[in-house]
Design a protein. Sequence first.
Lengths: 338, 327
Amino acid sequence: MLVKLDNVVKHFPVQSTSIRRHSSDVVHAVDGVSLEIQRGETLGLVGETGCGKSTLARCVTRLYDLTSGRITFDGQDITGLTRRQMRPLRAQIQMIFQDPYGSLNPRRRVGSIIADPLVIHGVGTRDKRKSLVQETMELVGLNPEHYNRFPAEFSGGQRQRIGVARALILRPKLVVCDEPVSALDVSIQAQIINLLADLRAELGLTYLFIAHDLSVVRHVSDRVAVMYLGKVVERADSTDLYNHARHPYTNALLSAVPVPDPVAAEARQRIVLAGDVPSPIAPPEACRFHPRCPKAEQICTLQEPALVPRFRDPETHDAACHIPVADEEDLATARRTA
Amino acid sequence: MTQGIGDAISSHVSEGAFETLPANAPGTKAIEGRSPVSLAFDRLRRDRGAMISLGLIVAIIVLAIAAPGVAALTGHGPNHQYRGLDALSPSGQPHAPSTTFWFGTDDQGRDILVRTAYGARISLMVGIGATLITITAGTVVGLLTGYFGGIVDTVLARIIDMVLSIPYLLFAIALVAILGHINMWLVMVVIAGAGWASVARIIRGQVISMREREYVEAARSLGASDWRIIFVDILPNVIAPAIVFATLLLPVSVVTEAALSYLGVGVPPPTADWGQMISSAQGLYQEAWWYLFFPGIALLITTLAFNIFGDGVRDAFDPRSDRLFAK
């Protein structure tokens, strides 16, 4: 096991602009997440905007300090490490960012951006670094001749390749991909996803792959965890999750994935959830999904469901739901009769 | 002419450089991205007004450097008081421009041409010096408050507010009252002391918006230290606004220096200084227009040239500027 998250909690205090500076409100961005990432696997993390995926990613890379909980990386507890103690580990945990425009400094040449990890961790001489940069550029499908260019001279997809090159030049053990393709064109998305998949096989990487697009996650992930309002509501092996989603929220997400075949799309029933995502400042009691859930009953408002296997699901398939969705059940019609 | 020579040299150098690079196949050029700053300079070079101003600025700098030469040429020292009839009338009135004193004399019988040339030294030195101090101090403080935030920001931001609320002219006058006298270096510090706060405020705003960018977060996730992030990732992004601010601040500093001298709290006499000359000429301008005119026109040309050049620099660095496509 490479990474183990143990009941990770991250709250942000709400800064009020009034004279009373310290309000007691907190945003429950991540509220007790336990996950494991095995060496060499890709764990997909999905959920809507604002469900805490990116916060969780920044907790794993220790860009944020945890409110509580524990993170173990490669057998070492990294929860309480200071920035200085964390430094050598940063070479092993790298991140690919969402925005290929924002994540590259517009005033620096691409070669120097990609060489950043080498310089920061004191790897190699100047010449050695340059050849490493050019090798890595070639590895991610960039022209090594372009190392003297500025980010503005590249397309979105090429820029994301630059981000990938920067993340991989030190050959990290874990790569946290924070929505690496959601800012890209669909045609480019496939290129980057395939690149990431090829590199994983070639370099033996482990990915924590965050996205809000289930079809993207399905393509790259071995296992998938679904988040809603700071909590994991379901996790399972990729195929298992897509074939037998137990949580009504997962079902709703899956039903929203666009289908390329218009006939199939016509026949398909979409589950449209009522209302908006509740405020993470005051999340609903018990099951956080109950105000929007088509199947919610009284127990859902009283008791928080445990994240455990439901029905006769395998050990690896957990769902946090009192009234899970059965295999043949049709949620879309269930809602209408309810 | 000089530009032609420069082009010839640079093209020669780059040709030579290419021959020594074996990595490049014949006929292919190394692909080199151009930095935003070099693009801005290109835009600036196409701005005629800015280039004329630059020419004037160079001329004034040459005048300042060559001030002893001007003195030697005319044979008049900057502070020497001439008593002859060609310098002062029998009643002690200044003499109008003549073949001996090209710009005329002042009420002490001193050569105004030589004094104007020497005055350019003070104006430029104080103007440039004060601007450099202002920009450096403002940028450093702005980087620190903007980047570190928290208590550093709270304390420094309040100091900035405080400095901005001090009327610097009164401050300068009070300083002279306390110290009894003031020299050129002190004038620079007074001007910079009044100006750094507004620079710091602008840079702070820039840094705060930059601190949240993903590339700063990326640097942090790579393990970069705060200082590395400040100098490698943030500083290059605030250099452009700092340069623009500096060029616009220069004429203000020059005028401020003249204003302080005019009020008698600047560089002490008998050092030649434009503000001081204008001040002592104001009682005599009806009889001796040249006494007021030459230092006044010198000050006007200097500030105007710096202002127009500063505008050109601002336009050149503005990414929304469409001058690049205009021609």
